[in-house]
Design a protein around this ligand. Structure first.
Ligand SMILES: Nc1ncnc2c1ncn2[C@@H]1O[C@H](COP(=O)(O)OP(=O)(O)OP(=O)(O)O)[C@@H](O)[C@H]1O
Length: 352
């Protein structure tokens, strides 16, 4: 028996009516270990929902295969229809049956309606045991989503797909429910794949995160490894919000718009083109002579986030709330000492 719940192998997809030659999904390879939650993270239109639809069986790949619990369920010859896949689905709009009670909704997918023990177990786990006779319109948003999760797992399913499950919830409910999700899955030995476009959401609860853009997977790693080694410029900017700046080689040193980059670890490397600097490692000093200009400013509660222009490049910098500058102000920027940056291509981590 494999340790993986789901294996996606060289998956390619294009919609039939698609005139452009580009693949919507291009050579996707993914593995989800049993008991793990994988976050599928990427911007709008990158192909997340399409991949979910292929796993669920609503679409079939033009090339490649999908294996669930050691059984090949999809390839270009189709194989299994959605209802035979034993995959639970959780959507952002809950998709509950309005005319059924909590208990009836949770029991919906059960073949043997007499075998209520797993349903009762799940209703307890998601905290709805006091509400079994209520109808969906009598539940809060968070309770509805808890019910949708219980219903997805009730028929003995040990793999669920979650499509932006916390999107419609207010921030407090969202934070509570998302911290509960890994425990709910663990308590029923289930694995899952959760689609999100929110890096914080994926990084905070998933065992691993797959970062996707334009139909391709850029990196699959634990949240910590993504932070420590973002392998592509896209991962560095989209996931971590780092500043990506042009890098020029001058004899034996490198420089970007902020100044010289002091590193000896890259001697002999000529192909490095970009530096990725975390927002928090750039300092701002207000000065009328400054070569950088503040373009916009956002108050983020614990810090200010500034967008700045400097020598035709745009940067994002966060400062503590005592450094209160205004849009239009000039300033100097510097890279903090003892910080780390990444150089691309190659994802070289350097300490400054
Ligand atoms: N039925 C379809 N026919 C043709 N093209 C489609 C179809 N569904 C999606 N697409 C296209 O496929 C690409 C990927 O769409 P998909 O819905 O998978 O993206 P997504 O990452 O889930 O985006 P979002 O986060 O906005 O939901 C998009 O360019 C979209 O326009």
């Amino acid at each position: 028996m494999e340790k993986e719940a789901l294996i996606i192998d060289d998956l390619h997809h294009k919609y039939d009516n698609q005139k452009i030659s580009n693949w919507i999904l291009n050579a996707i390879n993914l593995k989800i270990e049993k008991g793990q939650l994988l976050g599928l993270l990427g911007p709008s239109g990158c192909g997340k929902t399409t991949l979910l639809r292929l796993i669920a069986g609503f679409e079939y790949p033009l090339k490649g295969k999908i294996i669930l619990n050691d059984q090949e369920i999809s390839n270009k010859n189709r194989i299994l229809t959605p209802e035979k896949r034993k995959i639970g689905m959780v959507f952002q709009d809950y998709a509950l049956f309005p005319h059924l009670t909590v208990l009836e909704n949770a029991m919906f997918g059960l073949k043997d309606k007499k075998n209520k023990s797993r349903v009762n177990f799940l209703i307890n786990i998601v905290g709805l045991d006091k509400f079994i006779n209520r109808y969906p319109h009598e539940l809060s948003g968070g309770q509805k989503q808890r019910l949708a999760i219980a219903r997805a797992l009730a028929p003995g399913t040990n793999f669920i797909l979650l499509d932006e499950p916390f999107c419609s919830l207010d921030i407090h409910v969202k934070l509570k429910l998302r911290s509960e999700l890994p425990n709910i899955l663990r308590s029923c030995n289930a694995s899952g794949l959760m689609v999100t476009h929110d890096p914080e959401e994926a990084m905070s609860i998933c065992d691993k995160v797959a970062v996707m853009n334009e139909g391709k997977i850029h990196q699959v790693d634990s949240p910590l490894k993504l932070l420590e080694n973002p392998k592509t410029i896209f991962v560095s900017s989209f996931i971590l919000g780092n500043n990506i700046l042009n890098l020029k080689k001058k004899e034996n040193s490198f420089s970007c718009c902020i100044g010289e980059i002091n590193t000896s670890s890259l001697e002999g490397k000529n192909n490095i083109k970009f530096i990725s600097i975390p927002q928090k490692f750039i300092s701002i000093k207000s000065s009328v002579d400054g070569d950088a200009k503040i373009v916009s400013k956002e108050f983020m509660g614990e810090y200010f986030m500034y967008k700045l222009s400097l020598k035709e490049e745009t940067l994002r910098v966060r400062t503590n709330i005592n450094d209160d500058l205004n849009v239009g102000d000039n300033c100097f920027l510097s890279i903090d000492k003892d910080c780390f940056c990444f150089l691309y291509p190659g994802a070289h981590k350097i300490f400054i």
